[in-house]
Design a protein around this ligand. Structure first.
Ligand code: NDP
Ligand SMILES: Nc1nc(O)c(N)c(N[C@@H]2O[C@H](COP(=O)(O)O)[C@@H](O)[C@H]2O)n1
Length: 233
């Protein structure tokens, strides 16, 4: 397929407009089981999406300026976040733990970038500055390995972490953001007090995982954006 499917381009048609001044357009999208689990016991990565859904996810990656995952997902899954179809740009997290993601032998995002073959763009890591001297050492190591570390500016510290993060990304020229997870990040976006999600797209797989699986929460149902479910998987 050489062009994105019409159902996705029409879903995201409004993203062609100028995004809000304080944030990019945001698509929250992930795959879950019938009992609402996004991963197995102890975070075991699960292939919940089937072929059709993965094609959709890869197209979605090409239709956004950037992809966000939490440091938990980055460290647990070591994802590629690229696409069989085009380039993507990735963010990892908003905190210090993500600075552990600095070993190019292990980190697929850094390896993709280092290959310079068009397989991936430079990963960005968003972090809060930390007084611990170790923070600076880890920042330098991660940048040496090929990432760009963005530090949340002090003036944004008083805002909720999601609003501050989105504001920073907008300032950096990101007009559309695809948020893939994991559980804490999904919960934080569902729970953010400011409206910050434009589209929610959930793939539901016809499987049950059980109580030991990883699940997200919807802290309060104040969410007004339309929900889309992708069931054929
Ligand atoms: N099925 C699917 O579609 C997907 C499944 N997954 C699964 O999800 C699991 C990982 O989920 P989880 O462990 O919850 O990790 P997350 O990927 O949600 O990352 C959690 C980390 O993100 C940072 N974070 C969380 N909330 C905020 C916030 N409000 N502001 C700033 N930073 C925040 C923190 O980083 P720090 O600790 O560094 O401060 C936190 O530890 C994995 O098992 C993975 O396989 C992941 C993506 C998609
Ligand atoms: N759409 C979707 N379906 C699933 O079944 C999944 N497990 C995920 N996980 C997300 O995709 C990342 C892995 O991507 P790569 O294949 O390495 O590019 C993983 O980290 C989750 O963000 N997504």
């Amino acid at each position: 397929m050489t062009a994105a499917p019409e159902y996705l381009t029409s879903l995201l048609a409004s993203y062609a407009r100028e995004p809000p001044k304080t944030r990019p357009f945001v698509t929250l999208t992930f795959a879950q089981s019938l009992d609402g689990k996004i991963a197995g016991t102890a975070g075991k990565q699960l292939a919940l999406s089937g072929h059709e859904s993965l094609v959709m996810t890869h197209w979605l990656r090409t239709l956004h300026d950037a992809i966000l995952v939490g440091s938990g997902t980055a460290l647990n899954d070591d994802p590629q976040l690229n696409s069989a179809l085009a380039f993507t740009l990735a963010f990892l997290s908003t905190s210090k733990r993500a600075l552990d993601y600095g070993c190019p032998q292990r980190a697929k995002l850094l390896r993709n970038y280092a290959l310079g073959s068009g397989a991936g763009r430079q990963p960005w890591v968003v972090s809060r500055r930390d007084a611990d001297p170790e923070w600076e050492t880890r920042r330098q190591a991660l940048e040496k390995a090929g990432a760009r570390v963005l530090v949340l500016p002090a003036e944004l510290e008083s805002r909720s972490s999601i609003a501050a993060l989105l504001s920073l990304l907008r300032t950096e020229g990101i007009r559309s953001l695809m948020v893939e997870g994991g559980a804490q990040i999904i919960t934080a976006f569902f729970g953010a007090s400011d409206t910050c999600v434009d589209t929610v797209l959930i793939t539901t797989a016809p499987v049950l995982i059980g109580a030991s699986g990883v699940s997200y929460k919807v802290p309060e149902v104040r969410f007004t954006s339309p929900l889309f479910f992708f069931s054929p998987h």
